[in-house]
Design a protein around this ligand. Structure first.
Ligand SMILES: Cc1cc2nc3c(=O)[nH]c(=O)nc-3n(C[C@H](O)[C@H](O)[C@H](O)COP(=O)(O)O)c2cc1C
Length: 313
């Protein structure tokens, strides 16, 4: 369908990096529904430099999930380059650089979206990561810092000139945070400005929305974040848009099996955050959600979910 450097994707629909959510089990679940590529949540370059255990835990992967991309964040070119070299020792396919995160704790350190204010430093970081690894390097950023500085086209050209193999544009500014509506027009403008592949991102809530983004903006790939939470079937053209409770329970059962197999030590709160979303706003879902959130262990959660499955048509 499209390529990121040497990496060929068979589906332009891609799972976004989502801190606290895009872990190995969820990425596998999205791949099973056809996602062309999944991104890990952001990984601190300092955490890799000091080989901190909680950072190394985020690198958990298995060969069956490939292709997979791991996302780095940081603001020091040398440490980012070193982190890229460490990441390259893992069986992964792509390294992404986070230049779009609006969170205060990331911005305060000069990383994430703050780098859109510092394009010369951003260029050095991209070069360092490209030199530190032989994997394709991608960069994820926003439309700009605020509505007075929509700089995505220049930023995209800078990323291309410094060796990025593809870019992702979240069509909101830093000042928007996650509010308002993504302005997809900026994705079309960026697509016209560079020759590397452009992945569009922002407010894709259904498979149909993704097809519309591809058609309206001419982008090469569509990255889905919130729309995939509790709805990993969004990557599949064949899945129903609003599946039945039985379909949702089966999908959640599979997700829980992947957690049990690959990351049984996941905290119950993190599992419940995923599980509850499968039934949000769905007729008959409120009681299941209530039961999910009142469980205190993985085993009791699994029991509740499997107790529902036989009683549904
Ligand atoms: C809970 C949550 C965690 C996120 N974590 C990351 C992250 O680690 N790295 C990143 O680049 N973006 C992160 N994002 C932003 C998403 O990748 C994506 O750009 C944004 O949600 C817009 O896409 P959507 O409308 O499809 O959700 C996060 C968003 C949410 C809601």
């Amino acid at each position: 369908m499209f390529s990121i450097g040497t990496l060929n994707l068979d589906n332009p629909f891609i799972l976004a990096p989502l801190a606290g959510y895009s872990d190995l089990a969820f990425r596998l679940q999205c791949r099973e529904f056809g996602a062309g590529l999944c991104f890990s949540e952001m990984i601190s370059c300092h955490g890799l430099h000091y080989r901190q255990q909680n950072t190394l835990d985020l690198l958990r992967t298995v060969l069956t999930e490939r292709p997979v991309a791991m996302q780095l964040f940081g603001s020091e070119p040398e440490i980012m380059g070193e982190a890229a070299t460490i990441l390259s020792e893992y069986p992964i396919d792509c390294i992404d650089i986070n230049m779009g995160c609006p969170a205060r704790k990331v911005i305060k350190k000069g990383a994430g979206c703050y780098l859109m204010k510092l394009p010369t430093l951003a260029a050095k970081i991209i070069r360092a990561v490209v030199q530190g690894s032989s994997l394709p390097v991608t960069v994820k950023f926003r439309s700009g810092w605020d509505h007075k500085s929509i700089t995505a086209c220049d930023f995209a050209k800078m990323a291309e000139d410094n060796g990025a193999a593809a870019i992702t544009v979240h069509a909101r500014t830093w000042s928007d945070g996650f509010s308002g509506t993504a302005d997809w027009r900026i994705i079309s403008q960026v697509k016209q400005a560079v020759s590397i592949p452009v992945i569009g991102n922002g407010d894709v809530q259904s498979h149909g929305d993704g097809l519309r983004m591809l058609a309206e903006t001419g982008c090469d790939g569509v990255m889905i974040g919130r729309g995939a939470l509790g709805a990993p079937w969004i990557f599949s053209a064949d899945a129903p848009e609003n599946p039945s409770l039985a379909f949702r329970l089966a999908a959640l059962n599979r997700h829980l099996a992947l957690i049990a197999q690959h990351q049984p030590d996941t905290p119950p709160s993190q599992i419940k955050n995923h599980a509850g979303r499968y039934f949000k706003g769905v007729p008959g879902g409120a009681e299941i959600r209530r039961q999910i959130f009142s469980q205190t262990s993985f085993a009791s959660l699994e029991e509740v979910i499997s107790s529902y499955s036989p009683v549904l048509p």
